[in-house]
Design a protein around this ligand. Structure first.
Ligand code: HEM
Length: 121
């Protein structure tokens, strides 16, 4: 793969992203500290939006059409600790899929940068 290959292509494209996102929400929903946030959420729509967002972050197609992250999480009272747990589950899902640590680091930097939009409590 050349220098201009995106991280999205390196990890295996849309199918790989969908697998990671599926596993990510399994971990999140199995976490008793987090599951309650998702009661009543449309998980199909949520997974689709999360996959589009992560694809974009990885340098794949820029097709995210969900809400801005601040608006999507407003009023949930998400704490810094809960934000951290969500990131841990995403990193775990990426590791399970054998995504390389340099790519995980880049994703983590971008998502870590969204913290001030998402955390309220
Ligand atoms: C790494 C940081 C995070 C990212 C990148 C992220 C991303 C997203 C995206 C893309 C959506 C869909 C927005 C839409 O459909 O318009 C969403 C929705 C949601 N997020 Fe997050 N999120 C993050 C952290 C969190 C945390 C820490 C929690 C709770 C502890 C959380 C709970 C939710 C819930 C409950 C929804 C669904 C809202 C609904 O059903 O309307 N998210 N998030």
């Amino acid at each position: 793969m050349g220098e201009d290959t995106s991280d999205y292509e390196r990890i295996g494209g849309g199918e790989a992203v969908r697998q990671v996102v599926g596993r990510f929400y399994e971990l999140v929903l199995a976490d008793p500290e987090l599951a309650d946030y998702f009661v009543g959420s449309d998980l199909v729509r949520l997974k689709r939006h999360q996959a589009l967002l992560i694809s974009q972050v990885l340098g794949g197609p820029a097709e995210y059409d969900g809400r801005a992250l601040g608006a999507a999480h407003r009023g949930m009272g998400i704490s810094s600790e809960h934000f951290g747990r969500v990131v841990v589950h995403l990193v775990a899902a990426l590791r399970e899929a054998r995504v390389s640590e340099d790519i995980i680091g880049r994703v983590g930097d971008v998502l870590g940068g969204t913290k001030t939009e998402i955390v309220e409590a």
